[in-house]
Design a protein around this ligand. Structure first.
Ligand SMILES: *Cc1c(COP(=O)(O)O)cnc(C)c1O
Length: 373
């Protein structure tokens, strides 16, 4: 995924792995010793780079990895990651033998799935599985005790499955609806009580729940967003006692700078008109990189000053209004620190009317990731 180590382009993402390591250690310190950290590295580690984040998180105290799809788990195995990996999403039953061959743990929640998967597993093959319970998210999972007993029975009847874990996922752990969170936790406990044997790993908390409800850790937590230094929600940002460090920053360099006379137009549609003689700079980043057109007007940092993007954002380039003449090659920060000023991921999420999770995921694979420690 991040095989490219050299690039010719003046736009890149800096990923501070030192910050990710610090965040993991800090979260680990907050948890009781017996609680394992499952580092969530799905979606190319939320756009940060799956291999590098996985290695960093494991070295900093995580003992398990989680991804969304089997393909992501295989990609990590192919890059030399030996730690256990849980696929959180659905996997086709007919691909169970692929997961077993790569020693990847699958999420299971349907008896039919077990019945189909057992025929594709080889005689001596063992597949590790976690049962997913749907306690109120309404996404995937076992929803009642009858289904749970049936699937537990079905798993036991077939020697090829190693029931290693059971988990659920909260839908409001980061928000104001505490009652709904408590309902889900209660339902989880009720369902666990129905099981004949509790598997070794019981987990329910994402970052928000792990940081906010220390009493419900079970014996593992699934940490995504907090590892990347971001608060799970604006509400939590104000309440959090731990100070996490953002790892992701986005940079470019001016590739063209010119003085434009008053009354001239900039960009597609000629939507921007200079108000006076202005210095206009061009950046080699555009909507095909995930720096989408909605960010027209968003500020960027040049020599520690905030300056606006003017005119429409093109596919591969955009223009900014400079306060004075600046040399071609001057670094420009779109996310992160520059000359004592800072543009946070949360600020960009605000400009896009979305959540911080979406921002680093949005910055495409065409933008190289550069790793610092
Ligand atoms: C993505 C995901 C997580 C991680 O959530 P964060 O809010 O990023 O900590 C945990 N569990 C499941 C099931 C997920 O899909």
């Amino acid at each position: 995924m991040n095989k490219q180590t050299f690039f010719y382009r003046d736009t890149w993402v800096d990923v501070d792995l030192g910050h990710i390591a610090e965040n993991v250690s800090l979260i680990k310190q907050q948890l009781p010793e017996e609680v394992a950290i499952i580092a969530v590295v799905k979606a190319n580690a939320y756009g940060h780079g799956d291999l590098q984040v996985a290695q960093t998180a494991l070295a900093a105290g995580a003992s398990y990895l989680a991804v969304a799809f089997l393909d992501e788990a295989i990609a990590l195995r192919e890059q030399g990651i030996h730690a256990p990996i849980l696929v959180l999403g659905a996997t086709r039953a007919r691909d169970a033998h692929v997961a077993a061959a790569y020693r990847v743990t699958l999420t299971v929640y349907q008896t039919d799935w077990i019945e189909e998967a057992k025929y594709v597993l080889e005689d001596q093959e063992q597949l590790a599985v976690h049962l997913k319970l749907d306690t109120g998210m309404g996404r995937i999972g076992i929803r009642n005790s009858e289904e749970l007993q049936q699937i537990e029975h079905s798993l036991k009847g077939v020697g090829r499955f190693n029931l290693e874990g059971v988990f659920t996922h909260f839908s409001t752990a980061d928000g104001p609806d505490e009652a709904y969170f408590q309902d889900q936790y209660k339902k989880f406990q009720e369902l666990l009580a129905v099981m004949e044997h509790l598997p070794p790993l019981v987990h329910c908390s994402n970052s928000a729940a792990a940081l906010r409800y220390p009493a419900v850790h079970c014996n593992a937590v699934r940490i995504g967003i907090a590892m990347y230094g971001l608060a799970p929600s604006p509400t939590m940002k104000q309440q959090m006692s731990v100070s996490l460090k953002e790892a992701f920053s986005l940079h470019s360099k001016l590739v063209h700078v010119k003085k434009v006379a008053k009354g001239e137009k900039i960009g597609y549609g000629a939507t921007y008109e200079t108000q006076k003689d202005e210095w206009i700079g061009t950046l080699p980043i555009g909507y095909a990189d995930g720096w989408i057109r909605k960010l027209q007007g968003q500020e960027v940092l040049v020599k520690g000053q905030r300056v606006p993007i003017v005119g429409r954002i093109c596919m591969d380039q955009c223009m900014i209004r400079l306060p004075f003449e600046v040399e071609v090659g001057t670094p420009v920060t779109l996310i992160g620190c520059n000359g004592g000023q800072r543009i946070s991921i949360d600020e960009i999420a605000g400009s896009l009317d979305t959540i911080n999770y979406e921002v680093p995921c949005l910055i495409g694979s065409r933008v190289p990731r550069v790793y610092t420690y």
